[in-house]
Every structure is written in structure tokens, then in C-alpha cells.
Design a protein around this ligand. Structure first.
Ligand code: NDP
Length: 334
């Protein structure tokens, strides 16, 4: 089997040398375990955090350890009830061609939905959008939502669910091509290209035009200059589901001088900013699948996947995704 390990902890943006490719004999399942041959690996921004040796909501990857990740694959051998050779499953395979996992950590996939959808639109990112929007965004018809990383699996689901709830939706995306995707594929009412603006002021002016009635929900995927641009545009009683801050995953400049302004906006506008970690919410996953799967099958919710070829491409593909190189949910075909 082949696996991608963490060779050293990155300094800022990861580089290929932070990863190593290792080979080992095929592992064997013990009683209650299943051997899975990975077909597709999900690449997600949270993995950047796992490369760091800091205390967080989940443990970091050890040096030499296999990079964390969710995969979809076929059962090769099973010593667990309920799983047979050939079953298609999903679980935390890591960046590896094969993995042995306890049966309780695997989920069998329906044959009538595409296997890769379990990693994006009908998986963790889609579920994150559905959960956070309902619980913390609380969409209201006629109000306005802004979301960054808008063509990714989280942002595109947030935008589409908000639109279905009757909101005006504004996408912030990197480059003209992604803005066109946001509009044409995901139905956003307006788009703003963050790469066309060097500073928060220019970005704010573009956003003010796209959201003439102000912003009621700012879905936070990004942080950085986008957060700075949006804050003064927030309406009273606005909601900010805090999902990610990808602009800061490699480190950040000193923002202490902006903090008093942020706090003042939070206070005078009575804003509600809520941290969201999807692992707290897994109980509702069956309800999400029940509600959203028919919408995906009926084409009412669109999704986009970017599938790279070969486990060995995972490090470079991951680095590229962190910088906006992906078009939709980033997956690697093993
Ligand atoms: P995406 O597929 O959208 O990939 C990340 C995108 O971030 C890039 O394509 C790029 O889009 C954008 N980006 C990168 N750097 C910047 C920057 N400096 N400014 C603006 N945009 C930037 O990822 P996901 O949909 O999987 O995840 C989106 C966010 O949600 C991430 O922050 C992630 O960590 C978070 N998340 C949090 C979860 C939780 O439980 N809290 C669960 C799942 C995801 P573009 O080219 O358009 O700029």
C-alpha cells in the first residue's frame, strides 16, 4: 500500500517537501475491522490545521503519520458483520491507498448516488453549510447573504440554500471564471471578485454595490480582507456563522488595531457571531441526507467536483486548493 505522510510541519503555506510518500505491506483486518481500498480521497482546508502542532478541536498529525482525510472505497476484506467484499463505503481512510478501519467508523453508500458526492455535496462540507445556515444563519426571505469561497462545496451549498429560502445571495470568489460559475451554476444574484481588489476598502465598495440593502448574514469562510470589508456593511441583528478563516491558515498580520472597530460593530449592531465545528453536529446527518439528497437528485441543488488523478498528486493538489486552484469540491482519484 502507499500513503502520504507528514514529513515536517509547514511554515506558512505548505510546500511539497512537507509531505513524503511511503509504502508498506497491505494491512490485515482484525475481528470487527474492515480493509478498504480507497478510490477517492477528499482534500479539505481543515487539513492545514492538522499539520500544525497546536491544541485544537482535533489532534494534529504526528511527523511520519499518515495525513488525515476522508475517503470513499471498496471493501477488500471484512471481519465485521454487515460489511462484505465489494461494498462501497466511506470513512477516515487518510491519504492512503488502503486502510483498515473499525466497522463502526464506516458508512455504506447508496448505489444510486455518485460515490464522490459523499465527500462534498452530500458529505461533510454540504452538511456543514446546511447545519450552520439553519442553526446560526437563520435565513429570512428578502434579506441578503454574503459568502466567500463561494464556488467551493461549503460556499456553494450555503448560497443555494439561502436562495431557496428567498434571500438575495452575493458570492465572493477569486477571479472572473469563478464569479461566472457562482452566477451561472450556483444561481448567486451578484458576485464580487476579491482578487480584483487589493485592499478592504475597494472590496467593500464592490460589496456595497452588490448588497445595496446591507448584509444580514455573512457566512465566514475566509477572514482577512473580506471580513474587514464586510463588517461595516452588516445590518442590525445580523448573523455571522464562523465556519473558517482560510485567509489566515498560513499565519496572519497583526490585526489588533482593527479589533476595537470589530467589537464596536458587534455591539452597536447587536451582531451574533457563532463558531461552528461540524463534528458537534453529526447526530443530524441522517436528517440532512433525507432532506438534501432528493434536491440533489432532482437537480435543485447543483454541485461541482474537481478530481485530480493519483495519490501522489495529493500534496500539490492540496497546496493549490488552499490558494484557490480548485473548481468545486477537491477530490483525488486514487
Ligand atoms: P473550498 O473548496 O472553497 O476551497 C478553499 C477556497 O478558499 C479556495 O478555493 C479559495 O477560493 C478560497 N480562498 C483561499 N484563500 C483565500 C483568501 N485569502 N481570500 C479569499 N478566499 C480564499 O473549501 P471548502 O468549501 O471545503 O471550505 C470552505 C471553508 O469552510 C474553509 O475555511 C474551511 O476550513 C471551512 N470549513 C469549516 C468546517 C467547520 O466545521 N467549521 C467544515 C468544513 C469546512 P477563491 O478562489 O474563490 O478565492
Amino acid at each position: 500500500m502507499t500513503r502520504i505522510a507528514l514529513a515536517r510541519r509547514p511554515d506558512g503555506m505548505p510546500v511539497p517537501e512537507d509531505f513524503s510518500r511511503e509504502t508498506a505491506p497491505l494491512p490485515r483486518p482484525a475481528e470487527g475491522e474492515v480493509l478498504v481500498a480507497t478510490e477517492y480521497l477528499s482534500l479539505d482546508p481543515y487539513m492545514r490545521g492538522r499539520m500544525q502542532d497546536v491544541k485544537s478541536y482535533a489532534p494534529s498529525v504526528d511527523i511520519g503519520g499518515t495525513m488525515t482525510g476522508q475517503g470513499v472505497g471498496r471493501v477488500l476484506a471484512s471481519k465485521a458483520e454487515g460489511f462484505a467484499k465489494g461494498d462501497r463505503v466511506t470513512g477516515m481512510t487518510g491519504w492512503a491507498s488502503h486502510a483498515v478501519l473499525p466497522a463502526g467508523e464506516l458508512r455504506k453508500l447508496d448505489a444510486d448516488v455518485s460515490p464522490t458526492s459523499a465527500l462534498g455535496v452530500l458529505g461533510m462540507p454540504g452538511f456543514t453549510a446546511w447545519t450552520g445556515l439553519k442553526k446560526y444563519g437563520r435565513p429570512e426571505a428578502g434579506q441578503t447573504l454574503v459568502v466567500g469561497a463561494a464556488t467551493g462545496p461549503v460556499g456553494s451549498m450555503v448560497g443555494q440554500l439561502a436562495k431557496l429560502a428567498g434571500m438575495r445571495t452575493v458570492a465572493v470568489a477569486g477571479g472572473a471564471e469563478k464569479c461566472a460559475l457562482a452566477r451561472d451554476t450556483f444561481g448567486f444574484d451578484a458576485t464580487v471578485d476579491h482578487r480584483a481588489h487589493d485592499d478592504a476598502e475597494g472590496l467593500r465598495a464592490a460589496l456595497a454595490e452588490a448588497a445595496p440593502d446591507g448584509v444580514d448574514i455573512y457566512w465566514e469562510n475566509v477572514g482577512g480582507k473580506l471580513l474587514e470589508a464586510v463588517m461595516p456593511l452588516m445590518n442590525t441583528h445580523g448573523r455571522i456563522p464562523l465556519c473558517g478563516t482560510i485567509a489566515w491558515y498560513g499565519g496572519f498580520e497583526d490585526v489588533a488595531d482593527r479589533l476595537p472597530g470589530f467589537m464596536r460593530s458587534m455591539l452597536v449592531k447587536r451582531l451574533q457571531l457563532t463558531g461552528l465545528i461540524i463534528f458537534d453536529h453529526w447526530d443530524a446527518f441522517p436528517q440532512f441526507l433525507e432532506e438534501v439528497t432528493p434536491k440533489v437528485k432532482a437537480g435543485e441543488i447543483a454541485f461541482l467536483e474537481d478530481i485530480a488523478e493519483g495519490l501522489e498528486t495529493a500534496p500539490q493538489t492540496f497546496i493549490s486548493m488552499l490558494q484557490g486552484g480548485n473548481r468545486g469540491k477537491q477530490i483525488v482519484k486514487i
